[in-house]
Design a binder for this molecule. Structure first.
Ligand code: BG6
Length: 277
């Protein structure tokens, strides 16, 4: 079952409910801001300060960073512009009683071409079931080559950041954005301070463990993973976040970032896919 709904301010979203799971997806940014499995706590974290304003990114869930991850490209907003643009809902399919699939699409507009002069098709396919699958396909409809960095900026809801262990990034190189240097990850990741890193050469599942559960995150079309928690001081400065919110989430972002950027010639497509289970 699914319903098209709106908040009082006219902000539109889709509510999906099936026998295995439920989800809420905003048309703005094709942004999944709630995903739950039956009889389980939310998988995704959503800030209590989220006010769902048009043209403002939602703090939590899965913002799409596209066509840029990060802020290296000064001609575009941080993390690109897709997260604040209105997608069109193309299709909802109830595959079986426990599985629902949605397709949302964004095309270039006059507004997007002013800041990024490309003709494109961006399709987000979301499968809501016992697991969550996200497929983001970029097609270059322009005549010139397109350079792409991107991410599913997933905020995971955790029992407490001090309970969290991230497994699967050992022996991977990472760029530490806090000190602008590269390191190698020696052990599983635990959190005792701010972390803002881009791991490279990741081709296997990453596992997030806390007191409540273990979640596996497996991607294709991507070999970079961003791990981020703002910790105490940055959290106080962040928009749309309460001062102690850093305790409640960790971001593990399946990405095409840094050396893992994609270059698409006219007519070419690239698909970034992530399975969360
Ligand atoms: C992460 C970056 O991906 O996103 C952080 O690595 C950044 O540096 C964070 O602070 C949040 O970004 P934004 O634009 O949503 O506030």
């Amino acid at each position: 079952m699914y319903k098209l709904k709106s908040f009082a301010n006219g902000f539109d979203y889709i509510e999906v409910q099936n026998t295995a799971s439920s989800a809420k997806i905003a048309l703005q940014g094709a942004h999944i801001f709630e995903y739950k499995r039956e009889r389980e706590e939310d998988i995704l974290w959503l800030s209590q300060e989220s006010d769902f304003q048009k043209t403002k990114a939602i703090r939590g869930g899965v913002p799409l960073c596209w066509p840029r991850f990060g802020s290296l490209d000064k001609s575009l907003p941080q993390h690109g512009f897709a997260r604040t643009m209105l997608f069109e809902l193309l299709e909802v399919k109830e595959i079986h009683e426990g599985k629902t699939q949605l397709i949302l699409e964004l095309r270039d507009t006059k507004e997007s071409r002013e800041i990024w002069n490309f003709s494109f098709k961006l399709q987000m396919k979301i499968t809501i079931a016992k697991s969550l699958t996200m497929q983001l396909t970029t097609t270059n409809l322009d005549t010139k080559e397109m350079f792409l960095t991107q991410a599913f900026h997933t905020y995971f809801n955790v029992s407490d950041i001090s309970d969290v262990t991230i497994i699967g990034l050992q022996n991977r190189h990472y760029f530490d954005a806090l000190v602008d240097e590269e390191f190698t990850q020696n052990a599983e990741i635990r959190f005792t301070q701010e972390v803002d890193r881009v791991y490279q050469g990741v081709n296997a599942a990453v596992v997030l463990e806390d007191k409540r559960r273990s979640i596996s995150i497996k991607s294709s079309g991507s070999s970079s993973v961003v791990v981020w928690n703002p910790w105490i001081e940055k959290c106080k400065r962040m928009s749309g976040m309460q001062a102690l919110a850093y305790k409640e989430f960790v971001c593990i972002e399946s990405a095409n970032a840094f050396d893992d950027f994609k270059s698409l010639k006219a007519g070419e497509s690239h698909r970034l896919e992530t399975l969360i289970c």
